[in-house]
Design a protein around this ligand. Structure first.
Ligand code: SAH
Length: 396
């Protein structure tokens, strides 16, 4: 088998079981490999270390499938790895009864470049690396076997594929999608999931537990949900007994989907909701000028910093909305604020939020530090897998 030979001293991160081999660590390839082919990774002294997928176009030149250099990477390997990932979700009580669950979370589940989300009988699949793309058929077969799903819909249209030299791919790769809207019930609220055209694979599963917490904290409160997308936080707040919920998003299709979700839940009092198609940055200022105030504000913006290089610009945007948020809160009010930027760590995010509170002239304390739900685990060896962080802060 073709060998990827590391430069001297470049095996340390592999020894810590970090699965990425950067271009700068690669001395040479002994033999030939096409994108996605499996190569044996060897130290500069020839010691075999791992089996990895070769990706010549990416700065991450190879991603490890197995730290056992003898491991055959074949259909049986994917069958075992996928089954293990699916089985891990079945042991967690918060996930056991859920219809929408992330089954495979890439590197953190030992399957670099593979994302699989189950929505009832449908699995949405995203392949973002050359190796994952190469093994599509084996991965799909393994998912079908492990889940007995009726359809697998591929949503490999993330822009990160470009960095691996891969074109976007979307479409049904197994079975047929059921007629009509696909829906899941999440903690008592029915939500539609658009696996074909929605964000990510159709839904933000990572915020499931934080939506539930929002509902628990929202009772009797006037709530403002910024960047509401399909209304997940809004509907959980209503279900939790919020007095009123104002929701803002700049996307008309997102608000249309939120309206459908509201209609799917006749148990909720729609008259308590107000939906605004607007830019949050502007809307927060207008609300202040109009003298409005709230008892709970949710800020769940899109990724402002795709990488650390954008951290400074992103920090200004986070500061801006958090400052406006604090200013709109009533005494005792709660700000639920998030960042899903990998380039902004928790420490920096907390500093930004603290700066916003200070500029707003309010005293606030952190009630909860929040992250992604447990079906989005973070491999201890792969801290890059951590992206979503949140703070629930209450005014004094
Ligand atoms: N909280 C949601 C996910 C939010 S995704 C959930 O739990 O499902 C981010 C949303 O922000 C998207 O719906 C996008 O349309 C919206 N958005 C992005 N920039 C915006 C802006 N400047 N003003 C208002 N909405 C914006």
């Amino acid at each position: 088998m073709t060998q990827l030979v590391l430069k001297p001293g470049k095996a340390r991160s592999l020894a810590r079981r970090h699965p990425w081999i950067f271009a700068g660590s690669v001395d040479r390839l002994d033999g030939r490999a096409r994108p996605g082919d499996t190569v044996t990774v060897v130290d500069s002294d020839g010691t075999e270390l791992a089996r990895a997928a070769w990706s010549p176009e990416s700065q991450i030149r190879a991603r490890v499938w197995s730290f056992d250099p003898q491991q055959a990477i074949d259909h049986a390997f994917f069958k075992r790895a996928v089954a293990a990932s699916v089985a891990r979700r079945q042991t967690h009580p918060w996930l056991a009864g859920q219809q929408g669950v992330r089954l495979i979370h890439g590197e953190s589940d030992g399957l670099p470049g593979v994302i699989a989300d189950r929505y009832g009988k449908v699995v949405a699949l995203q392949l973002t690396s050359a190796g994952a793309d190469k093994w599509r058929e084996a991965i799909v077969a393994a998912i079908v076997q492990a889940t007995a799903c009726e359809a697998v819909f591929e949503r490999s249209d993330s822009e990160v594929r470009g960095r691996e030299g891969l074109e976007p791919v979307t479409g049904c790769v197994y079975g047929v999608l059921p007629d009509g809207a696909l829906t899941i019930v999440e903690n008592g609220v029915r939500m539609e999931v658009d696996v074909v055209g929605g964000h990510k694979t159709g839904f933000y599963l990572d915020q499931r537990d934080n939506r539930l917490l929002t509902g628990q904290l929202a009772a009797g409160r006037d709530v403002l949900n910024c960047f509401c997308y399909s209304g997940g936080f809004s509907l959980q707040a209503l279900a939790g007994g919020a007095r009123s919920v104002v929701s803002i998003d700049s996307s008309a299709p997102a608000l249309a989907s939120a309206a459908r979700n509201l209609a799917l839940n006749p148990q909720l009092d729609a008259s308590r909701t107000e939906w605004c198609e607007d830019d949050v940055f502007k809307a927060l200022r207008s609300l202040r000028e109009a003298g409005r105030s709230f008892d709970m504000i949710i800020l769940d913006p899109p990724k402002f910093a795709p990488s650390a290089a954008y951290a400074e610009r992103a920090a200004r945007a986070y500061k801006d909305i958090n400052l406006s948020g604090f200013r709109l809160l009533n005494p005792g009010g709660i700000l639920m604020t998030y960042s899903c930027s990998g380039g902004v760590g928790l420490e920096l995010f907390q500093k930004i939020v603290a700066g916003a509170a200070s500029d707003a002239g309010v005293e606030a304390r952190i009630l909860h530090r929040l992250g992604a739900a447990p079906d989005h685990p973070i491999g201890l060896a792969v801290p890059e897998g951590e992206y979503l962080k949140g703070l629930a802060c209450q005014l004094g």
